[in-house]
Design a protein around this ligand. Structure first.
Ligand code: AHM
Ligand code: MG
Length: 335
């Protein structure tokens, strides 16, 4: 049987009436950009792309050279196609409308150009995360930050491209979550995991345990019971994995189940945690829900949150359904 390429998958989805031509083009362009980022990432020291850029982003984090390179590749690739009205990025203060010389399209694109980039210099998997929203009626010519502030359930597509031993795209257009592997010789993504499903129950969790002492009591109690294993309230042993690269941790969960947690902690007066709602939690949340899992703040569904600003942060609990529900039950208790 002929392999199903990403192009063919998207054409068939368009024929089935599940996406329009502009959204198909948007996804294709993002994937072209990700193919270029994959090449830059894989060159490493040979391409002179490792190390700090010497600049900071809007959240005051030091940017790596590859953060800046990846952001520029995505912006450039998406400027002229006529499918977008504007882009917003974790690495830029405000949304950037499509330049005036090009036609504007119906969609808004958000991205974290290189998530987990603190891992890049040690040759651990990193990735690009993206989310697509519809531009509100009548705002296409003059889109602003406010046009992006839509709940995650309104995303029309979301995905990530992981740059690991294989470069893979994991994509949803709201009809299941599917995995595509980059055939590096041909330069095409091939459908390799149709309809990824996250097992409902799990014995694996992912969290940065070094923050344990800063967590709220509910989170302490929940993880305490995971660590207590068979002898504790949960009655089973749990294993732990933490790659510190969200794409890699979520990819493992989409492949074999688990729960990924980045809670808020007392170091953060806003009680929001580290991860960004618009660039990380929403797209990953949609992918996980479309694979049968859950994505929660510990107290509410992530995809129902009304964003207040572009770079908003949010606590994240996502993955196997039964385990996210178990974590929510601990957080429902007052303490
Ligand atoms: P980044 O977008 O600046 O790379 O930060 C997000 C990353 C996630 O990929 C990962 O889950 C998390 O930060 C790791 O944080 P920590 O270093 O606190 O373990
Ligand atoms: Mg990130």
């Amino acid at each position: 049987m002929q392999p199903v390429t990403l192009t063919r998958y998207l054409v068939e989805e368009q024929r089935a009436g599940r996406i329009g031509a502009e959204l198909r083009q948007t996804i294709s362009v993002v994937m072209r950009a990700c193919t270029s980022i994959s090449v830059a990432v894989s060159k490493g020291a040979l391409g002179g792309v490792l190390g700090e850029a010497g600049t900071g982003n809007v959240q005051g984090e030091a940017q790596k050279k590859l953060d800046v390179i990846s952001n520029d590749i995505l912006l450039e690739a998406n400027a002229w196609g006529g499918h977008l009205a504007a882009c917003a990025s974790e690495e830029m203060d405000h949304a950037v409308p499509v330049p005036d010389e090009y036609p504007k399209g119906d969609f808004l694109l958000l991205f974290d150009p290189l998530d987990g980039s603190s891992n890049i210099d040690v040759n651990v998997s990193v990735g690009t995360i993206f989310s697509v929203l519809r531009c509100p009626e009548g705002h296409r010519e003059t889109p602003t930050d406010a046009d992006f502030l839509q709940p995650g359930r309104q995303q029309v597509a979301a995905g990530y491209c992981i740059y690991g031993p294989q470069t893979m795209l994991v994509l949803t257009i709201g009809h299941g979550t599917h995995g595509f592997t980059l055939d590096r010789e041909q330069g095409v993504f091939v459908l390799t995991q149709r309809d990824m499903r996250i097992p409902a129950s799990t014995q694996e969790f992912a969290v940065n345990m070094s923050n344990q002492r800063h967590w709220e009591p509910q989170m302490q109690a929940y993880v305490g019971d995971l660590l207590a294993g068979k002898e504790g309230a949960r009655g089973k042993d749990f294993n732990m994995r933490w790659i510190a690269s969200m794409v890699a941790d979520v990819h493992r969960i989409l492949t074999r189940g688990g729960i990924f947690i980045y809670p808020w902690d007392r170091k953060d007066p806003d009680k929001a945690g580290k991860l960004r709602l618009m660039y990380e939690a929403n797209p990953m949340g949609l992918l996980v829900e479309q694979a049968g899992g859950l994505a929660s703040t510990g107290r509410a569904r992530i995809l129902d949150l009304q964003p207040e600003h572009l770079h908003q942060r949010v606590p994240v609990f996502l993955g196997s359904k039964d385990e996210v529900e178990a974590a929510e039950a601990y957080h429902a208790k007052t303490g």
